[in-house]
Design a protein around this ligand. Structure first.
Ligand SMILES: Cc1cc2nc3c(=O)[nH]c(=O)nc-3n(C[C@H](O)[C@H](O)[C@H](O)COP(=O)(O)O)c2cc1C
Length: 373
């Protein structure tokens, strides 16, 4: 097999996920930092995601028997050791030379699910080959941005199927990029040698042929932006289960459920698309109520603590994803850092379960959240 990432050192002062962010700030240049850490516009949703988890208070129970407890969860027919997955994050070779490969080895070593971005800077086949045979690995999913060119999209899906990906995560909250002020201030550019390699050969988008006075948004980009009928089309061309990522409104959740999708990811793209969109901790319980307990429901955005994971489960999520924390760990200590982040979060989840009196994820109910009178 090709290059196996080298193990680096975990800095001695890292005890939680946020500590990796401090180290990443020192290691990444301004260009990469703006990309990996920033969000849209005033970054209010980025902050609100965090605040919303913090403002939920726990209502612990004591003296319960917790012997035999565990963090196992069933998701799309597989039993996971724990409910933590790595969210799709583009261009990871800008964070560390090992990029997505380092992340993939770490995820597999820790039994965490991995969602590879369409805009990964490593080929999707390479990642699948590296970890597919690892028996302890978590699920391997491919995040799909539906492209303006349907033939290209279909070929990309076929590649993901052939490589062994087990589900498609279709991101639906980014028909356009957000207004990324931080990136524009940093004059963000992809460094030479880093690109969305899985999109190589994609024909030019229609914006290329706009006349002056036309809107690049409405006359260009959005003329081919995906709609509900494209989800139905995708279902017709793939045997893989499809999850929609980027759902915040319960009516969209209902519509997706009616289409027969395999799951939903409640997400606001980590605040990187629509600023002032609601925090995911607010959207989650409404969506859980709308679709019921049987449709697999995941959530991301601002999850940094084991207590956040517990709160997400209490609000109806079956599993959670993290984005920035593991990329900051990748930048700091490569694959070892990513593995450490997953382990830290899992350990914190177990502590939170012990201290709230919950032996299993299935036993975590809304009763663990305090409802203020
Ligand atoms: C640098 C960066 C790149 C991202 N790239 C993608 C992507 O390619 N596809 C996607 O669906 N989401 C992408 N996301 C969103 C994440 O999948 C996830 O929704 C978000 O990071 C979760 O929030 P958190 O970073 O607060 O944990 C990206 C996020 C970041 C921070």
């Amino acid at each position: 097999m090709s290059h196996v990432p080298e193990l680096e050192k975990i800095p001695a002062d890292v005890v939680n996920l946020a500590d990796y962010t401090t180290h990443a700030r020192e290691r990444l240049d301004d260009n990469a930092w703006a990309y990996f850490s920033g969000a849209a516009a005033d970054e209010l949703t980025l902050q609100a995601n965090r605040t919303a988890w913090d403002q939920l208070h726990l209502y612990p129970r004591v003296l319960r028997a917790l012997t035999g407890g565990h963090t196992r969860q069933t998701l799309l027919g597989r039993t996971l050791d724990h409910p933590i997955l790595l969210a799709p994050v583009a261009f990871q070779r800008m964070a560390h030379p090992d990029g997505e490969l380092g992340t993939a080895y770490a995820a597999a070593a820790q039994g965490a699910g991995l969602v590879l971005s369409t805009q990964a800077s490593t080929s999707l086949e390479h990642i699948a080959q590296a970890i597919l045979k690892d028996e302890g690995r978590g699920p391997l999913w491919f995040q799909l941005y539906l492209q303006h060119d349907k033939v290209f999209t279909q070929e990309l899906v076929q590649r993901a199927e052939a490589a062994g990906y087990e589900a498609l995560v279709v991101t639906v909250d980014a028909p356009a990029s957000g207004a990324r002020d931080r990136e524009r201030r940093a004059n963000f550019k992809l460094p030479p040698g880093i690109s969305a390699v899985n999109l190589a050969g994609l024909p030019n988008p229609p914006t290329a042929s706009l006349s002056p006075g036309q809107s690049t948004m409405f006359d260009g980009l959005l003329t081919t932006a995906p709609t509900w009928s494209d989800i139905a089309w995708l279902q017709s061309i793939t045997r893989l289960p499809i999850l929609l990522k980027g759902i915040l409104h319960e009516d969209d959740a209902r519509q997706a459920a009616q289409l027969g999708v395999a799951g939903l990811i409640v997400s606001n793209h980590g605040g990187r698309t629509l600023d002032t969109a609601i925090p995911t901790a607010w959207a989650l319980p409404r969506i859980a109520q709308a679709v019921g307990p049987d449709l697999p429901l995941l959530v991301d955005g601002g999850i940094r603590r084991g207590t956040d994971v517990l709160k997400a489960i209490a609000l109806g999520a079956h599993a959670v994803l993290i984005g920035r924390p593991y990329v900051h760990a990748l930048a700091t200590a490569g694959a070892l850092g990513v593995a450490h982040v997953i382990r830290l979060l899992r350990d914190e989840l177990e502590i939170a379960m012990a201290l709230t009196g919950c032996a299993t994820l299935q036993g975590i109910t809304p009763a663990v959240l305090f409802q203020r009178p």
